[in-house]
Write a new protein. Structure first.
Length: 450
């Protein structure tokens, strides 16, 4: 039976674990990719996942660990001795993956693992990487790469590549440094192969290589690699000395994590959660913004209470309140989403902030005018009171214009305060718009109807 993520497969695997049939368990995963195995382990209990994981060969265990979600990774590392983590797992990983794993461990265990590694040079490289912030290029990079001196000839370069290439995956470029280990350019493998053996690297390498500093935020690294279509980028320190490289697979992880974080913020989740998390964790992630929404609802009810007398005189006003609140919330989220996208993509710097605000004001006026005309036509066809029709339509126009401007201002203010502007696209904008919607609507009604 081969791997397939179905309920029947999970049930079959659990039955094999129960009788500890190791041979058939391994047979189930004979053609499975480490990422697929990680998905299966996520569906098992802690004890079952630990048992299955420990049946694999160390090289496969190392590949599986890299694919696991943080919570499951924590559980597995908690039951594996430090010596096994060091010799059977960490030493078989690229330095960037090994660093990610070690960052999950308590400080005492982390130190013990590094001390038990037999490859002291690799241990030293990983220890250096642990000093970098994990959300920077330094924390993202791997130290495995091929570097050559610009004064070498091609023949010596090829010998060096053969010596270093066993540790380097996806070898596309050779990095060229001077005698001080300062990065001076790159040498594409194709150009190296085509050059004569006596040619000097300094005469054939590319001096226009793009690099990033170790301190650059990982999100900026991802944006830069996406912009220039890079599969790999070298990382340098403040003196431009070559320290490592970042590959596209590391950047994809950053992009995915940022997208998940922004999506959860937009949904009003304060923590990184998924459907496999405990009910308590999911509840704690959801409650904070729901409390804000609850507070917003209470404030909205208080605003409505202020106009209770006006509503009593014209009860038809309440019929359009859900429509106006929904339109205000939707427009506000749209405006804030556009602004957040502009901030994230760096295009905000290309135009004046006031130009952006003016565009959004004009856009809000146009959208509001169109929606107000449609609503007016509906009210007239439905035979509603002409004065009420005007009040509702004018209120809709006012609410849409306000929501457009508010949804634009909030991300800008959050960005200025060094707060992730993605928060603005969530319940915050919607809740605020609901309160203002009630206030605008009934204020206009009081002025025009009473």
């Amino acid at each position: 039976m081969q791997f397939e993520l179905t309920k029947d497969f999970i049930a079959y695997l659990k039955s094999l674990i129960e009788v500890q049939d190791v041979e058939k368990i391994l047979e189930c995963f004979s053609d499975a990719h480490p990422a697929d195995i990680a998905d299966i382990l996520e569906q098992l209990t802690n004890e079952e996942a630990n048992y299955v994981f420990l049946q694999f060969q160390p090289a496969m265990e190392a590949n599986i660990l890299v694919e696991l979600e943080d919570e499951q990774l924590d559980r597995l590392l908690a039951v594996i001795p430090a010596e096994i983590i060091a010799t059977d797992l960490i030493e078989k990983m690229d330095s960037d993956d090994a660093t990610d794993i070690l960052q999950m461990l308590p400080e005492r265990i982390k130190t013990e693992v590094l001390a038990k590694m037999s490859d002291k040079e690799q241990a030293s490289d990983i220890a250096d990487l642990l000093d970098y912030d994990e959300n920077t290029a330094g924390g993202l990079m791997a130290t495995e790469l091929v570097r050559v001196n610009k004064n070498w000839n091609v023949q010596k370069c090829i010998l060096e590549i053969r010596k270093q290439s066993d540790e380097v995956e996806n070898l596309m470029n050779v990095y060229v440094v001077d005698d001080e280990d300062v990065l001076v350019g790159i040498l594409p493998i194709a150009r190296l192969v085509l050059a004569g053996e006596s040619a000097v690297v300094g005469d054939i390498f590319d001096e226009t290589a793009l690099s990033v500093p170790t301190s650059m935020p990982s999100e900026e690294v991802a944006n830069l690699m996406d912009k220039y279509g890079l599969f790999v980028v070298p990382v340098v320190d403040s003196l431009n000395r070559l320290k490592g490289r970042i590959t596209i697979d590391d950047v994809v992880d950053v992009i995915r994590e940022e997208a998940e974080k922004d999506y959860q913020m937009q949904a009003g989740l304060t923590q990184d959660v998924d459907d496999s998390d405990t009910m308590i964790r999911q509840t704690m992630a959801r409650l904070p913004w729901l409390f804000i929404g609850l507070l917003g609802g209470i404030l909205s009810s208080r605003v409505i209470g202020i106009f209770e007398g006006d509503i009593a005189k014209n009860a038809s006003l309440t019929l359009f309140l859900p429509l106006l609140a929904a339109m205000g919330g939707n427009v506000g989220v749209q405006s804030s989403s556009i602004m957040v996208q502009s901030i994230a993509g760096g295009t905000l710097k290309l135009t004046s902030i006031w130009t952006k605000i003016l565009r959004e004001l004009l856009g809000g006026l146009l959208i509001g005018a169109i929606c107000s005309v449609v609503l007016s036509l509906y009210n007239l066809l439905a035979g509603n009171d002409l004065q009420l029709t005007f009040v509702v339509s004018f209120s809709l126009l006012s609410i849409i214009v306000f929501a457009s401007l508010f949804g634009t201002f909030v991300p800008l203010i959050l960005e200025r305060c060094k707060i992730d502007p993605a928060i603005a696209t969530g319940p915050f904008v919607t809740t605020t718009n609901d309160i203002v919607c009630c206030l605008l609507y009934f204020s206009i009604a009081r002025c025009l109807l009473m």
